[in-house]
Design a protein around this ligand. Sequence first.
Ligand code: BG6
Length: 488
Amino acid sequence: MSSVTTIVIIGGTGDLAQRKLLPALVRLAAKGRLPENLAVIGFARAQHDDASYRELMWSGAHEHGDPPVERPAWDAFAPRLSYVCADLADPASFDTLRGRLEAIEAGAERVDRLFYLAISPALFAPAIAGLEAAGLAREEKGWRRVVVEKPFGHDEESAAELDRRIHAVFGESQVYRIDHYLGKETVQNLLVFRFANAIFEPLWNRNYIDNVQITASEEVTVGDRAGYYDSSGVVRDMVQNHLLQLLCLVAMEPPSSQNAESLRSKRVEVLDAVRRWSPKEFAKNAVAGQYDGYLDERGVAPDSRTPTYAAMRLFIDNWRWQGVPFYLRSGKAMAGKRSEIAIQFKAPPLTIFAHQGSQDPAPNVLAMCVGPDGGFHLRFSTKVPDQAMLIESAHMEFHYRTSFAGHEIPEAYQRLLEDALAGDASLFIRSDQIAQAWSIVDPLLRCWADPASPKLERYATGSWGPAAADELLAQDGFAWQSLCGHDE
Ligand code: BG6
């Protein structure tokens, strides 16, 4: 046996492991995309032996996997899986883990280890310290990498502190910070759309684009996640990470290659150019909302001011985007699940059809549908037949569902795990990008934490959010565009 790779899932019994990581690993194994000698160790507090751990993970992966894991694929994978019972505060647990690793790796010339932190952020630092103390992080006979789940800190300062702790043990090239949006097939396709087609790039700037809108709406409420959510809110949960990542991909300059550092640097440059609003400026450029009934959710403080909805106006101060507003919005308990980027192009310079009594043609909008039904729509004006010069909008559409019928659209974690194992960090977040993202939203968090801040708007469950968010765009003469699902 010349080489062995082991993934240690710290927090191995949790939701993430059951719903996402194990289903992704089983699927990758079935596709033959995992290293040949790959073992997975669950490392968590609950009392299990290998057999009961496998049983737990089987039922989780079968019930919650998307798609559900089926028995034959599970049976082929299960022998790779074992369990070590852990107390992260107890160094002896890490010694036991080392013993297990050494037993699995016995006789191998090369040993690679991926430590996956699938635990609450408060435990990131103790877990890293435990790995270090047991000598598990030292690169001997192979690589050592650590995957860190979001949230990475709760503001700029805490993220920097976490970075310091991680960097005391792992070098930056060993750290894989996850934002699962980057692993989505449709998000990766944004790069292909922009940089493998020559027709859009000449239009992709302030000369032709009026505004850009990024929406990530969800129908679900906070459900049983209030313990986490009530102290985070929508800005930390969705904006600082997922929405800003989408902003980077839509606004970045063309990288010179597909190389991880080139891609990551271009993403960071976008955030660097985002105009920093002060808390006072954010009061005029952002809207906070909370859905009706949020305060009655189990685990939510009765007087909670946690926003479950945010909309904001940002500007990117560079040559390409100067003066183009970027509107971001995200919320829970909304009318539909939709992640979408709408690029609204400028109106034609002269409306020669106005005299026909028809309305001005609707502006061209290119909507990049990130999910759930990935694809693109291009809205353009067209003549209604047999109606003089009556104009209506039509859509040109591409959807993976139809154009690639029969192809699997893999869940983000498959790609991310495969890349972390292969050492490709393109789809992971570099330390400086985390810092930039926090420095953009920190003043917003401070603005909304101030009791004198603008009021928290209520919105009805199942609506498209507070009216104040529509007014934010109306101030600039725009309206939210949504082409990917049904019209709002
Ligand atoms: C997670 C957030 O990061 O993303 C959740 O913590 C949110 O609150 C989820 O529901 C949305 O992800 P997706 O892939 O369903 O759009």
